[in-house]
Design a protein around this ligand. Sequence first.
Ligand code: 4AD
Ligand code: MG
Length: 458
Amino acid sequence: MKHTDIYNVINDSSLLNQSTTVCGWVRTSRNSKTVAFIELNDGTSLKHLQIVVDKEKFEDPTPYLKLGSSLRVVGVVVPSQGQNGGVEMNAESLEILGECPPEYPLQKKRHTLEFLRTIPHLRVRANTFNAVFRMRSILASAIHEYFQARRYVYVHTPLITASDCEGAGEMFRVTTRPWNAQNKTEEEYYQEDFFGQKAGLSVSGQLEGEMCAMAFGKIYTFGPSFRAECSNTPRHVAEFWHVEPEIAFAELPDVIEVVEDMIKHVIGVALEKCPTELAFFDKNFQPGLLDKLNNLVSEKFGVVTYTEAIELLQKADVKFQYPVEWGGDLQTEHERYLAEVAFKRPVFVTDYPKQIKSFYMKQNADGKTVAATDLLAPGVGEIIGGSEREADLNKLFAAMAERNMTTDEYQAYLDLRRFGSVPHGGFGLGFERLLMYVTGIENIRDVILFPRTVNKIF
Ligand code: 4AD
Ligand code: MG
């Protein structure tokens, strides 16, 4: 269907005073004595195009004014008569492509995000989601750009796997056996299953990522990870998008440097390519967002060890719900205090106690901590988790034994420490958490298309 994107009609001045065809959905309309106005949107732009319908030409424009219906309009692009400048279109011909009945759930009023979550197939048409998903697309491309420009190899790690990378028991099982399969032991059950052994959906591509880094030097993954987290929080989904770079010949400070540089790059791209969307989020979701992002690009992120962070939290003049003790995991309230109050900017917490982190992290000389880091962001909490990896085979064995892990499924991973082991490290970025930070939207369910959470799948 030959037509011009509304984005181009609004932004390309060479179309001024030209007759042009646009298509789109009626977002609002108003009928007055001599003219009717239609706000038309085709999804290519957050801004609508105003169509002016002269009643001398169109005796009864009401069939074209129905909310949600789709139209093709031929008209002349003219400077807008309104106060806000820009352009509008004087309609010469109007055609209804698809009718929309009055029970259309997206009415003219501003709906709550909670209500919109109940209609995920339609909410994408609302302004908020136009802005969110354009931002998502631009940020995804910025991440690829960042790594591609630095010659990282983009690898696609398997989604079905036999090894649990994080060891947190959050793997979804993959099976083809019927629900009433009869077996005496678990082992027997899986022997007769599709893969002949227990399999699940990957929680992380890191283990395979490390194998590729040992071959290509620098790699990254960008794909879905799955976690059967039963916690129903605004920051967790069961299926999220995960960016996992892995770098050979890198120690923890090198990993931290890449994280900071990458985050600043992608936010710089957002500021450059999405000014309209960011202004929209600043106005409707997080006043001060633009200042926050502009400052972030020029400021150094904070860095603090876990041990220092615990001291800061213990001295804080705040009553936390969860206790603050060396050796315990940081809760969201602690993470937010550090990023929002103590540092007022993103902060790396480093060198966590080994018992609260994963088996693969490099053990520090103190015997108590590991060379790990989480990046905590104001308003969100942890957006990145990373570490230097344990490159010493015997220390890795010991860490696995402490966690009662069997080494069977990890033979390939262990081989990396046998055949030319090198210091290396990497991190995992939760793509939706980054989007929450950049848009100021507080619930992860509103930055992903069809959020999968405990007890909910659309
Ligand atoms: O901290 P995590 O568990 O680290 C790993 O998976 C490592 N293998 C990463 C690596 O070093 N290659 O997860 C990394 C990030 C978290 O910081 C968080 O942003 C995100 O993934 N994440 C989730 N996002 C949404 N919903 C969930 N259920 C998430 N679980 C983790
Ligand atoms: Mg983590």
